[in-house]
Design a protein around this ligand. Structure first.
Ligand code: OAD
Length: 234
């Protein structure tokens, strides 16, 4: 018997989806870029100038992410897989989607669970929980840095993300200010006939064609997932 392909949902997430897990966002009040300047910790120039400061910042974030647990928003997204073909495109560098049970996570900005060599980016090791030190080296002698896409570096998996966005029947955007490009530009590649929803505490401008749900992802997503799942089962 032929099985009908499941409808595809593209979920596009930013820091707000992990806020209720206790991880700071970037641009909200109290966010990471309020106490730290991007130019000091998140650029290749910062790494050249003051690598110890850069490592301190990511060692702190690595520890926080490891201690955090998936919240109801991550779990609701994972639950959608019971009836839909779900692809997640994330700007986040934590691993809470995977730990919630989601099986297909496409990362644009890297992965805080990995360190890589500055000499040979294909050399990767798990990011040590006790933190990276400036003495940590790859076998060729290169320093180890977080596997994070810094400002001025190329995002990863963009073509794949575009393909997934432009073939989804529903697009769910959660917890992003849509202010960092090229990631933010993905929303304009959603299919015109796709159902498009944006969930955030606040947003400067809602992209065209999106319905805006204002509030906490951990409260809104379980209800939305329930609604979409019950529509499917009807
Ligand atoms: P931002 O900090 O720019 O935006 C967070 C968004 O999440 C805002 O729209 C908030 O309203 C929303 N938000 C906060 N708490 C929420 C909650 N509980 N439920 C739902 N929404 C909530 O974070 P991003 O858009 O992810 O890049 O930032 C994009 C990129 O900028 C990051 O990937 C990072 C950063 O610099 C790099 O470091 C390369």
């Amino acid at each position: 018997m032929m099985q009908r392909a499941k409808e595809k949902i593209l979920v596009f997430t930013g820091a707000g989806v992990s806020a209720e897990s206790g991880l700071k966002t970037f641009r909200d009040s109290g966010g990471l870029w309020e106490s730290m300047r991007i130019e000091e910790v998140a650029t290749p120039e910062a790494w050249e100038r003051d690598p110890a400061k850069v490592l301190d910042f990511y060692n702190m974030r690595r520890k926080a992410a490891a201690q955090a647990k998936p919240n109801p928003a991550h779990l609701a997204i994972a639950q959608l897989e019971t009836a839909f073909d779900v692809a997640i495109v994330t700007q986040n560098v934590d691993d809470l989607h995977e730990r919630a049970g989601s099986s297909r996570v496409i990362r644009l900005h890297g992965n805080l669970s990995e360190a890589k060599s500055e000499l040979d980016p294909s050399y990767r090791i798990p990011y040590p929980l006790e933190g990276l030190s400036l003495d940590d080296r790859c076998p060729r002698g290169g320093r180890l840095r977080p596997h994070i896409v810094w400002f001025g570096e190329a995002v990863e998996n963009y073509e794949l993300a575009l393909e997934e966005v432009s073939t989804a029947g529903r697009m769910l955007v959660v917890g992003t200010s849509l202010s960092v490009y090229p990631a933010a530009g993905l929303v304009s590649y959603a299919r015109p006939d796709a159902e498009k929803v944006l969930v955030a505490m606040d947003i400067d401008a809602c992209p065209e064609g999106f319905e805006f749900f204002k509030g906490r992802a951990g409260e809104i997503l379980p209800k939305l997932a329930q609604k979409w799942l019950s529509e499917k089962n009807r």
